[in-house]
Write a protein that binds this ligand. Structure first.
Ligand code: ZN
Length: 675
C-alpha cells in the first residue's frame, strides 16, 4: 500500500503562497483576494486547516458545502492546493465527549477552547480524525492541482488524562516486557519507587513526580519515557489519518507542518511517515541566521531523500510574542532564499489575508485588513514571487557537506530536566553557539542523529551529547576510525538511554574515545567565570560548567588559569591514527570557541561573519548561494557564474559586493555540462 514517496508526483509549479482562510470571508471577497494574490505570483494555497466544525457540525452529520464553495474560485484560477485535514481543532460538540479534551500538567480536564486541545490517546478523537481525513480524501482525491495533504496543524502538547495513563502503561509493557525489567531500568529502588503492578504507574505530572513545573522531576526516566510515549501517541494520530487518506489518495504526498527545533516531539521517529518534511519557520528575537540554517538542515536531515518544504513563515510579523518586530525591507526575501538554499522545494507563508478577529488578527499577512495591494509587504512578496520560479530548477539538488552536527531529542529532554550538574545549559542554544564559527567560515553542515551512519564526514560536532550508551559511542568511534575529527565535551556521555549514569569514568562510554577522564565537574552561577589558557598562549574565558579533565591518552590543548583547579586541563585532543577527538570541558566564550575551531580546522582566512555561503548541486551545475545577513561583503568568484535572479553573468575572478539583506544565487555549470 505504501508507494515509494520519492516517486510521488511533484507540483508542476514551485509552490509559492500559503495558508488562506476563505471561510472567514464572503464569496466576493474571496474572488478579489485570489485575483490579487495571483497577480503577485501566489500559485498555491493551503486550505481547510481549521474547518472541522463546518465539515462536521454534529455527531454523524457531515457537510462539505462550505469547502466546495471555497475550492471553486481556487480551482477556477488553476491554483495548486495543499488540502489540510482539520484536526488541529475539534468541533465544540466533540469536546463534550468525555475523553476528547486534554488533561493538563496540573490535572485539570480542559473544556472546549483554543486549538491543539485533543487528547492523542482518545479513542473518540482517533476515530473521528481518521474518519474526517478519509472522507476528505474520498471526496477530493482527484482535485485538480492537489499537490499535498497537510495533516492537522503543528502537532504538539502534552496530555495527562486517564486514556493517556492507560496508553502509557501499554507502551511501557511493550517496551520493557516485564515489571522486573521496568523496575531495573527505571532504578525504582531510589525513593522506594518499586512498581508492583503496571497499574501503579501514573503519568509524571504536578500531581506525581514533578515540582516547580515540567522541567523539574524527581524521576527523570519516568518523565523521559512519558515524553517519548506522548511523541509516539501523536505520531499514531498522524498515521491513522494518513492511512485513511491513502485508501483513496495513494499518490499525493502527505505531510504535517513541523516546527524545526521543537522540543515536544522526537521528529526523527516521525521521519519515515512523512512524504514531504515541511516546517514552520518563525525565528525568535535573538535567533540568528546560523540557528535558522541549523533548523533547515535539521528538517532536511530527517529525510534527506525526500522533499523539504517551508510550510509557513510570516510575510511580515508575528503576533503572539510580547514584541513582534517587522522584517526590514529585503529580509523576507533573504529568509525565503535561505530556505531554498537549504533545500526547500516550496516556500509558503502564513497567511494570505489577515483575520478580522481573535488571536491572529494582527499576525502579519500578505493582504492586510483593507486588502491593499500597494503596501511594502505586497511589493516584496511580488518580487519574490517573480524570482522563485527560478527555484524550480533546483528541485532535487543536493549539498555535499563534509561536516555533521549531531542533534538528539533524548539528550535535549534529559539534559534540560537533569538535577545537576547545571540547569543553565539550554541544549539547542549550546549547539548553536558552538556551530556559529563554522557558519561564519562558510562551512555547511548536515544535522543528523548521533546514531546515523557518520562515516565519511571529515568533521562531527557532538556537543552536550548527554545521552550516550555503548552503541552510540561505538557509532562515533567508527566515524573517527574512518578519519573524522570529533568535537564533543562537557555534559556528554553522562547517562544512558535509561537516564542512568554509567559505572564508568566521565564521559562514560565516550571516555576511551576521548582519551580522558573527568573526576569532578564544577558548576558556577551567572557572573562567575574562569580563565582558559591555550598552549599557544591565547587566553579566553569560560563560564557555567567546568570539567576537571585528566588526560589519559590525550594531550591538553588548554588548561584553567583560575579557580582552585588552575593548571588542570580544560580542552584536550586525542589523535587516533585516522581521526582526532577534541574534548571541550568548559563552556568557552566566543573568543574561546573561535580559538577552538582554529585548533581543529586551522586559522580561518575566509571567516565572514554575516555572510552565509551555501553550495548545492543539481545534475549539471553547482549553485552558490550568497546570503548577506549582516554587514557589507566583497566576494571573489571562484568560477564563471550566472545569477539566477537577475540573469547577470560574471567571469571567474569577478568581485561581487553585497550589502545586507542581499541575496545572490549563482549558477556555475559542472565541468563537461552545457553552460
Ligand atoms: Zn490524554
Amino acid at each position: 500500500m505504501t508507494a515509494d514517496p520519492a516517486a510521488r508526483p511533484l507540483p508542476a509549479r514551485f509552490p509559492y503562497g500559503g495558508d488562506y482562510c476563505p471561510e472567514q470571508w464572503p464569496a466576493e471577497v474571496r474572488a478579489a483576494d485570489l485575483d490579487a494574490l495571483q497577480d503577485i505570483g501566489v500559485n498555491t494555497v493551503t486550505l481547510g486547516v481549521f474547518l472541522w466544525s463546518s465539515l462536521h457540525p454534529a455527531p454523524g452529520v457531515y457537510d462539505f458545502s462550505l469547502l466546495d464553495e471555497i475550492l471553486e474560485p481556487v480551482l477556477a484560477r488553476d491554483m495548486q492546493i495543499v488540502l489540510a485535514t482539520p484536526t488541529g481543532a475539534h468541533p465544540a460538540w466533540m469536546a463534550r465527549t468525555a475523553d476528547v479534551t486534554r488533561v493538563d500538567f496540573e490535572g485539570r480536564r480542559h473544556l472546549f477552547g483554543a486549538r491543539h486541545n485533543s487528547c492523542p490517546s482518545s479513542a473518540t478523537f482517533r476515530a473521528e480524525s481518521a474518519e474526517i481525513a478519509g472522507l476528505l480524501a474520498q471526496r477530493y482525491h482527484d482535485l485538480p492541482g492537489l499537490v499535498a495533504w497537510h495533516i492537522g496543524n503543528e502537532f504538539g502538547g502534552m496530555c495527562y488524562c486517564e486514556s493517556c495513563a492507560a496508553g502509557f502503561r501499554r507502551w511501557l509493557q511493550e517496551k520493557y516486557g516485564t515489571l522486573e525489567e521496568l523496575n531495573r531500568r527505571w532504578y525504582t529502588l531510589f525513593w522506594g519507587h518499586t512498581m508492583h503492578s503496571f497499574e501503579d504507574i501514573v503519568p509524571p505530572s504536578a500531581l506525581s513526580e514533578h515540582w516547580n513545573g515540567p522541567a523539574y522531576t524527581a524521576f527523570q526516566i519516568i518523565t523521559l519515557d512519558y515524553r517519548r510515549f506522548q511523541s509516539e501517541a501523536l505520531r499514531e494520530c498522524f498515521r491513522l489519518e494518513k492511512q485513511a487518506i491513502r485508501r483513496h489518495s495513494p499518490d499525493v504526498p502527505v505531510t504535517a507542518n513541523l516546527m524545526g527545533f521543537f522540543p515536544g516531539i522526537d521528529y526523527r521517529r516521525w521521519a519515515d511517515d512523512l512524504d514531504i518534511v515541511s516546517w514552520d519557520n518563525y525565528p525568535r528575537i535573538g535567533h540568528g541566521p546560523g540557528r535558522v540554517a541549523l533548523a533547515h538542515e535539521l528538517m532536511k536531515g530527517l529525510a534527506p531523500d525526500r522533499p523539504m518544504w517551508l510550510m509557513e513563515q510570516t510575510p511580515s510579523q508575528t503576533a503572539w510574542r510580547p514584541d513582534n518586530p517587522l522584517q526590514e525591507p529585503g529580509l523576507l526575501r533573504l529568509r525565503t532564499w535561505q530556505a531554498i538554499a537549504h533545500g526547500a522545494e516550496a516556500t509558503l507563508y502564513f497567511q494570505m489575508r489577515a483575520s478580522r478577529g481573535a488571536s491572529e488578527k494582527f499576525h502579519g499577512a500578505i493582504l492586510n485588513h483593507a486588502a491593499r495591494t500597494d503596501t511594502r509587504v505586497v511589493r516584496e512578496v511580488a518580487q519574490i514571487g517573480a524570482e522563485v520560479r527560478a527555484a524550480a530548477q533546483l528541485r532535487g539538488s543536493r549539498t555535499e557537506h563534509r561536516a555533521a552536527v549531531c542533534v538528539d531529542w533524548d539528550s535535549w529532554w534529559s539534559l534540560e530536566m537533569s538535577d545537576g550538574p547545571t540547569r543553565r545549559v539550554p541544549y539547542v542554544e549550546e549547539i548553536t553557539r558552538i556551530h556559529q564559527d563554522l557558519f561564519d567560515r562558510g562551512i555547511g553542515v548536515d544535522v543528523l542523529s548521533p546514531d546515523a551512519d557518520l562515516t565519511g564526514y571529515d568533521l562531527i560536532l557532538a556537543p552536550v551529547l548527554f545521552v550516550t550508551g555503548p552503541e552510540r559511542a561505538a557509532n562515533l568511534e567508527r566515524a573517527v576510525a574512518a578519519g573524522a575529527d570529533l568535537v564533543t565535551g562537557f555534559l556528554s556521555g553522562r547517562v544512558d538511554e535509561d537516564d542512568q549514569a554509567p559505572t564508568l569514568d566521565v564521559p562514560g562510554h565516550l571516555a576511551p574515545l576521548c582519551g580522558i577522564r573527568v573526576d569532578e565537574t564544577d558548576s558556577q552561577p551567572e557572573g562567575v567565570d574562569r580563565e582558559i589558557r591555550w598552549a599557544d598562549g591565547t587566553i579566553c574565558r569560560a563560564d557555567t560548567v567546568f570539567d576537571l579533565v585528566t588526560p589519559v591518552d590525550a594531550e591538553p590543548l588548554a588548561d584553567y588559569g583560575s579557580g582552585f583547579y588552575a593548571g588542570t586541563a580544560a580542552v584536550t585532543r586525542r589523535d587516533t591514527g585516522a581521526g582526532r577527538v577534541f574534548y571541550v570541558g568548559a563552556r568557552l566564550d566566543e573568543a574561546g570557541l573561535r580559538t577552538l575551531w582554529d585548533q581543529v580546522l586551522g586559522a580561518a582566512e575566509d571567516r565572514a561573519p554575516g555572510l552565509e555561503r551555501v553550495r548545492r548541486r543539481t545534475e549539471d551545475a553547482e549553485v552558490l548561494f550568497l546570503l548577506a545577513h549582516d554587514g557589507a561583503h566583497r566576494v571573489v568568484l571562484d568560477a564563471a557564474s550566472t545569477d539566477l535572479l537577475t540573469g547577470d553573468s560574471f567571469p571567474a575572478g569577478a568581485v561581487l559586493s553585497l550589502c545586507a539583506p542581499e541575496v545572490r544565487v549563482l549558477r556555475r555549470p559542472l565541468e563537461g555540462a552545457p553552460a
